[in-house]
Design a protein around this ligand. Sequence first.
Ligand code: PLP
Length: 389
Amino acid sequence: MTTSPTAPVADLDHAATTALRPEVAEAMAPFGADRYGNPSGTHRLARDAVRAVDEARERVAAVLGCEPGEVVFTSGGTEADNHAVTGGMPPRDGVPVCSAVEHHAVLEPVEALGGRTVRVDPTGRVDLDHLASVLDELGSSASVVSVMLANNETGVVNDLDAVAEVVRAHEPEVPGVPVHTDAVQAAAWLDLAVAARAADLVAVSAHKLGGPKGVGALVARRHAHLRPLLLGGGQERGRRSGTLNVAGIVGFAAALEAAAAEREEATDRVAKLRDRLAEGLAATVPGLVRTVPDGAAPVLPSVLHVCIEGVESETLLFLLESDGVMASAAASCASGAQEPSHVLAAMGVPTGLARGSLRLSLGWSSTERDVDLALRAVPAAVERVRSFG
Ligand code: PLP
């Protein structure tokens, strides 16, 4: 479907990706035609690129609360998650464990390695008792425990200190089992130096916080044993081969810093927008259920996830787009198809209700106007879907 380029458009799908921040574009610009050196070389152009990457690494580390040497630049969140779960190539011995609501970038490698999933409670937070019993069962064969910091569909935030405590309580049965967290959705809103401090491995992606696509990092704490996932020229101290994406890395550092600098103000502003949206829709859309009831669990300020009775998400999204509102039902996948959500299923949301799921997500560039448009479009679209049938 095409929307007229002049029609008002509200992007309420910032959890899928965000616009490049102007300061990020500006920081990246010199690394196109001018400062294009390959940091693996030795001459002046190469040394310039090395300096840029080193500086970016220090800035990324400062925001993420780790040592610069603990930052492994990757092609984004998916690679970082795969690396953390597998431990590299060949994969770690043993059985990986993850929560049932992880992003596919964690679930798929866990599944491929014959791993185990841990139940979540009705809000989607990992069930710590079940995690403990899975670790009891596995004994010393657990290879990694992966629990996301914030969920990409609902925005629900896990307590990683508590997760790590359960894992550590199983030592020495599971000596040194690393805790991994996918912090891709959380990084724009939470201070990872605090929220992810208990994790040995932390995955972050630039494009979710106003940075470029195709770049991110895996923070691998000094003690976390990691084999390379990609073998080749030995970049990133042998932990990740491949010519570094210099412009992307510089942009990633700028985006992380910008997100950190505005975090307090942005969190407050965006939470107010989200709450106005939630209240407005609750008042105007009959049969709308907030998937995670207000106050039931910590949720990112940017996400409103609802399920609407008697409505199919796919039709609703089609009508919303024709009214200029971009939203999502579940996680976006490569085909763009709306697959049934494993997250909602794990939370115990009845299938009929889950069919009417709608994720409205805000970001650094969201405005009151976006909310106004959504408040007009969603009730009208729901009414139209219902009138069809
Ligand atoms: N993990 C989560 C929670 C995500 O939301 C995403 C992107 O949707 C990813 C991982 C994948 O990150 P990337 O798009 O950088 O590969």
